[in-house]
Design a protein around this ligand. Structure first.
Ligand code: PHE
Length: 351
């Protein structure tokens, strides 16, 4: 090869062009590569044009090499463009969205079993003409106890181990607050606000200061019921609760009422249903008694009526209170109340 400056230029151009091509991986980079080497003002084009000033002999040798170089660079460009095209369509293929694939499942939430049971219980009473209302969980001592005929030193206060709220009413040192131990305080609250007839159910959370075990939690859920009007009798109470038991536990349930004591009812009763697991024969669920106690109830005590300004010689009524967790445990065969509040989705998902 003759050592001529043009020859050297040509070699440099080809070397640069190849080197730059290594780093050109976008259509834009390829185009600017083309422009700078093969374009009208590109380095190789300019060199080819300058051949005109050479002698015929020189033109022949350098010209032939230059044309070969041009063909090489054009081929290089062509290959590179092809490769890029293939790469692009491969990426498209890979990232392609197959619209016929099934969608990703959206996890569906559901209501907590206690919420479901509360709604079921309330729906049964609502269909019998009761309204559902809610009340405060942080409650005055007055509504939780005094208004329910449970004065300060009454031994019945022991029945509701109380979580007291550490707060003193600046207007009266006497007014203490607590976490309600039952939903019964709503009896007085509702009656204070309305005139008879009253028919309400009150679902809500209640709190007791006690250790938890398989059948006790320090917080749980109750549904309270209250019906007050002229001439309401114990028979109305039995009929209503009988109907309720049938709706929740099945139409062939028997119910049993026995005497029980609650300071705010007189007479007071405890209601049981015959065991749906063994049909009353005796089993583990009913602890071999054939009966399952499901709620406390009774005729509203005249002192409670009097306390809210209802004349006990005109109005009578019944009240009841049931534990929702217990009902749900019976219904679904759950053996430990703590499962409801352990937040284990494997448990909760089953309902
Ligand atoms: N409040 C009572 C309890 O928590 C239940 C009850 C309500 C009893 C209404 C009679 C009438 O044990």
């Amino acid at each position: 090869m003759t050592d001529q400056p043009l020859q050297t230029d040509l070699e440099a151009i080809v070397r640069d062009a190849r080197g730059e091509m290594e780093h050109s991986s976008t259509p834009e980079a390829l185009e600017s590569w083309r422009v700078s080497y093969l374009g009208r003002r590109g380095r190789l084009t300019l060199l080819l044009r300058s051949l005109a000033s050479l002698s015929l002999e020189e033109r022949r040798t350098v010209g032939a090499e230059a044309n070969r170089a041009k063909a090489q660079l054009e081929q290089l460009l062509e290959q590179r463009q092809q490769a890029l095209k293939q790469e692009t369509s491969r990426l498209l293929q890979e990232g392609r969205i197959d619209v016929t694939l099934p969608g990703r499942p959206v996890p569906l939430g559901r209501l907590h079993p206690i919420t479901q049971t509360v709604r079921e219980i309330c729906a049964a009473f609502v269909s019998m003409g009761f309204d559902a209302v809610e009340g405060p969980e942080v409650e005055w001592e007055h509504y939780n106890f005094d208004a329910l005929n449970i004065p300060r030193d009454h031994p019945a206060r022991d029945m509701w181990d109380t979580l007291w709220v550490d707060w003193t009413d600046p207007t009266s040192q006497q007014r203490r607050m607590l976490l309600r131990t039952h939903t019964s305080p709503m009896q007085a609250r509702v009656m204070e606000k309305t005139r008879p007839p009253v028919r309400v159910v009150v679902p809500g959370r209640v709190y007791r200061y006690e250790a938890s075990d398989a059948t006790h939690e320090w917080h749980f859920t109750q549904v309270e019921g209250l019906a007050v009007d002229e001439r309401i009798t114990f028979a109305d109470m039995k009929g209503t609760l009988y109907e309720f038991a049938h709706r929740i536990f099945g139409a062939d349930r028997k119910v049993r009422f026995r005497c029980d004591y609650f300071p705010f009812v007189e007479p007071g009763a405890e209601m049981a249903i015959d065991c749906f697991a063994c049909q009353g024969k005796g089993c583990r669920i009913c602890k071999d008694t054939g009966w399952i106690e499901i709620m406390g109830a009774g005729m509203v005590h005249p002192k409670v009526l009097d306390g809210v300004g209802y004349d006990p010689s005109v109005y009578t009524g019944f009240a009841f209170g049931l534990g929702v967790e217990r009902i749900a445990m019976l219904k679904y065969g759950i053996e430990d109340i703590r499962l409801f509040y352990a937040n284990d989705v494997r448990f909760l998902r089953q309902f």
